[in-house]
Design a protein around this ligand. Structure first.
Ligand SMILES: C[S@@+](CC[C@H](N)C(=O)[O-])C[C@H]1O[C@@H](n2cnc3c(N)ncnc32)[C@H](O)[C@@H]1O
Length: 226
């Protein structure tokens, strides 16, 4: 799949997109991930991307001009409203809460475009001009959409076939089904006076599966109680 991230701060992606699963997915060619600098789509000579808000008030607003040009550039003539068109995401604290079903749905897309907002946000007219899905990663305010974009890309890329060594590890994960994941243990067998549950050392696969399922049910119920 192809993912384009449009941002004012491409340097922020250097570490996170060059490590772990995203790195594996890029190196194996499972994802073609491009980070585009919105300033490259602003007018010379100053390449200004923000301006003061009409009507007054604090802060700056991200200009619609470079954002629209950058989106049109990555769409490369594709109609964003057509069936199978690239998915256009806009990071926004006002958007729909991002979740595992949305990550799964995005992982089946051929092309995803993520626009990272900044300052007070984007000029409203660019939201009207394109069919953006506004995506929030939680009810708090970040400085920009770069961290949300990293969160989205990471959660999507690890779902691509062949990226995780063992696809079974996804099946049992929290939010993949109705239950949260069960607890995990590894060596040493005893850690600061705490032992690994006997059943996990028993070699009885059925008993282990039952124990894990019971723990998942307990955890899910405890979380639902708050
Ligand atoms: C400082 S925020 C703007 C907040 C905006 N004035 C508001 O109150 O709704 C700047 C940018 O960061 C990104 N952002 C901030 N918090 C976010 C969140 N929780 N989820 C997704 N994006 C977020 C968005 O792209 C947003 O346009």
């Amino acid at each position: 799949m192809k993912i384009d991230v449009l941002t004012l701060f491409p340097g922020m992606f250097r570490g996170p997109f060059e490590e772990s699963m995203v790195r594996i997915a890029r190196r194996s060619g499972r994802v073609d991930l491009r980070i585009l600098d919105l300033r490259d789509f602003a007018d010379e000579p100053h390449r200004k991307v923000d301006d003061r808000p009409f009507g007054g008030g604090p802060g700056m607003v991200l200009s619609p001009v470079p954002v629209a040009r950058a989106v049109e550039h990555v769409l490369d003539g594709a109609d964003p409203t057509a069936d199978g068109a690239p998915r256009l995401l806009l990071t926004s604290p006002q958007g729909r809460h991002f979740d595992q079903p949305q990550a799964r749905s995005l992982s089946t897309a051929e092309h995803v475009v993520i626009v990272c907002g900044h300052y007070e946000g984007l000029d409203e007219r660019v939201l009207e001009a394109f069919p953006f899905e506004e995506v929030s990663i939680g009810d708090f305010i970040l400085t920009g959409g770069e961290l949300p974009a990293m969160v989205i890309v990471d959660s999507v890329v690890r779902l691509l076939p062949g990226v995780l060594g063992d696809p079974e590890s996804i099946e049992n994960e929290s939010f993949e089904g109705d239950l949260l994941d069960h607890p995990h243990y590894t060596r040493p067998r005893s850690f600061r006076g705490r032992s690994v549950p006997d059943v996990l050392l028993s070699g009885d696969h059925e008993a282990i599966a039952t124990w894990r399922r019971e723990r998942s049910i307990e955890r899910t119920a405890a979380r639902a109680r708050g």
